[in-house]
Design a protein around this ligand. Structure first.
Ligand SMILES: CC(=O)N[C@H]1[C@@H](OP(=O)(O)OP(=O)(O)OC[C@H]2O[C@@H](n3ccc(=O)[nH]c3=O)[C@H](O)[C@@H]2O)O[C@H](CO)[C@@H](O)[C@@H]1O[C@H](C)C(=O)N[C@@H](C)C(=O)N[C@H](CCC(=O)O)C(=O)O
Ligand SMILES: Nc1ncnc2c1ncn2[C@@H]1O[C@H](COP(=O)(O)OP(=O)(O)OP(=O)(O)O)[C@@H](O)[C@H]1O
Length: 511
């Protein structure tokens, strides 16, 4: 590399002796790293170049705006600077070259879709382990390289971390990995330079419209995964219109694509794989998965919720399409391991019985309805506690309020992560939707803070009622105006039931 900005990446050869890593956060730079100074929504990474250099950055990659900022700060001649119009477009390839991940990466199964990514990756990991593989996991809750846990900040990490992880997994002997691919990561090309053995699509429903603008754009972001650039094969759930459209484009682009229908077929509908013979067993289900050529297997999952049959079927079909034989998979399913009942933190997690109290991550309209439907019994009431996130897709707030009122007996609206927003204003929008639904007999309460709302639910629940605390799942921090406050819905529920419930209600509005 030369000491002046190189126009265009083709002019540049990475000097492996000098560049040992790639990093896009000045605060995390290690000596010898290539610092990627990227344009961001709030600032430009070039603003932080001095910090990166102080920490030992060996080179910088940036865009022309970044070069200007480096020039103004008199940092242009400090280290070699690579300049390209769109640094995110080359970050995957640069990271792959530095970490040698293209030769080392384990066979990876990618899952995308609005809901079900985390659960499906846990199901894949559990099945792969039952098949004797050393496994890896990358997703919202945690990253695992074999048994080694690595903290997870994003659902899908940035390209440098992803490529470094792939190398680390290879060193840990990981042969197969399951990974969540968010629409944000596809939009920002975080997965550039990776190839997936099989990519799976769960569903598309309203979420993240603040980033994508419309459902069509949201699908277009997801669809980037289903191209020959990323995927050797695809399994697309065609339960909704978006999956049906995606299956067509994926196949048209030359990705061998299998379709999966996990709900009953409507007239004229068919798919390569279908879910059959679904029966409820306790909180879980037994079900079959059948190919249109007649091959089939039988499976069972104790994970609550009909949607977990869809997630489990997707995981099974991804493995079958990836080359695992039906007989081998059936043998793993019939083993003592119960590979379709992994413990997934904060996803339909039963925290208390009599009354049943469940913590779930449902934080968008479709997930909330499905979670509420799956906890309905004919014996008691459904009490839901939830709120909406601040500074995110505001249009879903009244919709979720309305749906909660339609599918519950008691709705307790509280706070989620308000971030920088005024929590009372967020609650008011959710409450408005619940009120507008005008469902006779439903009780609407607004209770804050969240711990008090959970306590109120525990206090009012009878033995046969079900409490669903939705929206935060595994999360243990609540972010309020830049401060992280300790808050774990599971702990609050245990406290409410275990230690009794205080009489001092902080209810602030009752209807
Ligand atoms: C909307 C979004 O995705 N934003 C990402 C974006 O932030 P940004 O554009 O605001 O960055 P910025 O603050 O302007 O900073 C510009 C650059 O300067 C760098 N910087 C900044 C400060 C500093 O001191 N030093 C430094 O080097 C930053 O690393 C960045 O590269 O680039 C940052 C650096 O990589 C990301 O951390 C950040 O993700 C934030 C944390 C985030 O919350 N992302 C969420 C929305 C997200 O991606 N979620 C999806 C899952 C969604 C779902 O399905 O639920 C995910 O995959 O996790
Ligand atoms: N296949 C599905 N269809 C609809 N809802 C689902 C499905 N699977 C799970 N859910 C609901 O969505 C919530 C989130 O599930 P999960 O974490 O598996 O999805 P995710 O796609 O990883 O979500 P996120 O992107 O928000 O992290 C669950 O807690 C459950 O309420």
């Amino acid at each position: 590399m030369g000491g002046t900005p190189a126009e265009g990446m083709s002019a540049v050869a990475l000097d492996a002796a000098r560049v040992h890593g790639v990093c896009l956060d000045s605060r995390a730079v290690q000596p010898g790293d290539l610092y990627a100074a990227l344009p961001g929504a709030k600032s430009h990474g070039a603003r932080f170049a001095k910090g990166a250099l102080d920490r030992g950055a060996a080179a910088i990659v940036t865009d022309p705006r970044g070069v200007e900022q480096l020039r103004e700060a008199d940092l242009l001649s400090a280290v070699p600077v690579l300049v390209t119009q769109d640094p995110r477009a080359v970050l995957g390839a640069l990271s792959a070259a530095v970490y040698q991940s293209h030769t080392l990466a384990p066979e990876t199964f990618a899952v995308t879709g609005t809901n079900g990514k985390t659960t499906t990756t846990y199901l894949l990991r559990s099945l792969l382990s039952a098949l004797g593989c050393t496994t890896g996991l990358i997703g919202t809750i945690e990253i695992l390289a074999g048994e080694e846990p690595i903290p997870s900040v994003l659902t899908t990490p940035e390209a440098p971390q992803l490529h470094a992880l792939m190398s680390r997994m290879a060193q840990a002997g990981v042969s197969s990995a399951a990974m969540e691919v968010s629409s944000h990561s596809l939009e920002f090309r975080r997965v550039a330079g990776l190839r997936f053995a099989v990519s799976g699509f769960t569903n598309l429903t309203q979420d993240h419209l603040d980033l994508h603008g419309s459902m069509e754009e949201y699908l277009a972001a997801k669809a980037r995964l289903f191209t020959p650039e990323y995927s050797d094969r695809a399994v697309v759930s065609v339960d909704d219109q978006w999956g049906q459209a995606l299956a067509v484009t994926s196949a048209d682009l030359g990705v061998p694509t299998a379709t999966l229908l996990t709900r009953p077929a409507r007239a004229g509908e068919s798919a390569d794989w279908m879910v059959t013979d679904v029966s409820r067993v306790g909180l879980g289900h037994r079900f079959g998965v059948r190919h249109r050529d007649g091959r089939s297997l039988m499976a069972g999952t104790e994970l609550p919720g009909a949607f977990n049959v869809s997630n489990a079927a997707l995981a099974l079909v991804m493995l079958l399409e990836g080359g695992v034989s039906l007989e081998t998979l059936q043998a793993a399913l019939d083993s003592e391991d119960a590979p379709l009942t992994p413990s997934v933190p904060g996803r339909m997690q039963v925290v208390h019985t009599h009354p049943t109290a469940i913590v779930d991550f449902a934080h968008n309209p479709d997930a909330l309805v499905r979670a509420l439907e799956s906890v309905r019994t004919d014996q008691g009431r459904v009490i839901v506690v939830f709120g909406a996130t601040g500074e995110r897709d505001t249009s879903k707030r009244p919709i979720m309020g309305e749906l909660a009122a339609r599918h519950s007996d008691v709705v307790i609206v509280t706070d989620d992560d308000p971030h920088g927003e005024e929590p009372g204003g967020i609650r008011a929008q959710v409450m408005q939707g619940a009120r507008d639904a005008a469902v006779p007999g439903v009780e609407l309460l607004e209770v804050a803070p969240r711990a008090d709302a959970i306590a109120a639910a525990a206090r009012m629940a009878g033995e046969h009622d079900v409490i669903l605390v939705a929206g935060r799942g595994h999360e243990v921090w609540q972010e309020v105006k830049g401060v992280n406050l300790a808050l774990d819905d599971r702990e609050e529920l245990r406290r409410a039931f275990g230690n009794g419930v205080s009489d001092s209600s902080s209810r602030i509005d009752t209807e």
